[in-house]
Design a protein around this ligand. Structure first.
Ligand code: SF4
Ligand code: SF4
Length: 286
């Protein structure tokens, strides 16, 4: 079985307990306008171009099957996303983001850091993108990791059929999920989907005892008022079990990623929430 991933990041300390290897899966069914990982949204390969690295050698155009006016076709409708230009560019000015990974290779790669996981209380985390859109692959890799005694986690918006969650449940120790708004209409405007399925899944997941953390990204003019956070907090508090609820401030450091992918960052003009603002909102969680 094969999964499509963006990349594998070792030694992460922000994606669950201890030191972790994070597998960023490709493809997401939401389109949050502030998304920090735009390369993970499309399930197909994403081409990124870094003009400051380009030396103008023209080698990319020589191998591009759809060359037009002497230029490689990336960022146009003619681009076949074949990645030949990225393979050819020795200046690394072009990157093809999207790699196919077998279950066996994934488990082997993760297990390399088994000692570090054991010593730090860490493990593997599947993030994205929406990892539960590739639930069969994630479940198989987690199964292999559990056989190696490795702790497993997933970061998900859980806007997926419950059946997808059920596939990974037997092999997943720790769920970290998002709840972006308690208001379904606002949620839909900002992400492309309402929140009903998400809240229903979170409620069911909480009953398994494996839902350890819910996070809300605090986005200016979307969910940054006290009323917004109180509504989300109260929804989280209506779930059973001990769930750590945290707020994550919006940041706009990802704008360069959008530019390199020929896209517009819709949240570019937004200011990051101040320290005082975050302190005020965090007080509501006490
Ligand atoms: S191959 Fe790379 S360095 Fe050469 S023109 Fe293309 S993008 Fe620029
Ligand atoms: S990904 Fe393939 S089709 Fe697209 S610009 Fe590169 S070589 Fe051309």
């Amino acid at each position: 079985m094969i999964g499509k991933i963006c990349n594998i990041q070792p030694f992460s300390i922000h994606d669950g307990p201890g030191i972790r290897t994070v597998i960023f899966m490709k493809g997401c069914n939401l389109r949050c306008y502030w998304c920090h990982n735009p390369e993970s949204q499309d399930s197909k390969t994403t081409i990124a171009y870094y003009p400051h690295k380009c030396i103008g050698c023209g080698e990319c155009a020589k191998v591009c099957p759809n060359v037009k006016d002497g230029k490689a076709a990336f960022f146009t409708e003619n681009c076949a996303l074949c990645g030949k230009c990225a393979d050819e560019c020795f200046a690394e000015a072009i990157e093809a983001i999207g790699e196919e990974l077998t279950v066996e290779k994934a488990v082997k790669t993760i297990a390399k850091d088994k000692e570090i996981f054991l010593r730090s209380g860490g493990g593997v985390t599947f993030s994205g993108g929406e990892p539960l859109l590739q639930a069969d692959f994630v479940a198989e890799v987690m199964k292999g990791c559990k056989a190696e005694g490795i702790h497993t986690a997933v970061e998900s918006a859980v806007c997926v059929p419950w059946e997808n969650i059920e596939k990974v449940l037997p092999f997943c120790d720790h769920f970290i999920c998002d709840l972006k708004s308690a208001d379904s209409k606002k949620h839909k405007e900002a992400t492309g989907a309402g929140n009903e399925k998400i809240i229903e899944n979170l409620r069911k997941l909480a009953m398994t005892g494996k839902l350890k953390e819910i996070r809300t990204p605090v986005i200016p003019n979307f969910n940054d008022t006290k009323e917004d956070i109180i509504k989300i907090r109260d929804t989280v508090r209506s779930f059973v079990g001990e769930i750590n609820y945290t707020l994550l401030p919006f940041h706009n450091m990802c704008e360069s990623k959008y530019i390199s992918q020929g896209r517009v960052f819709q949240a570019a003009g937004l200011e990051e929430p101040s320290k005082e603002k975050m302190e005020e909102l965090n007080l509501l969680l006490k």
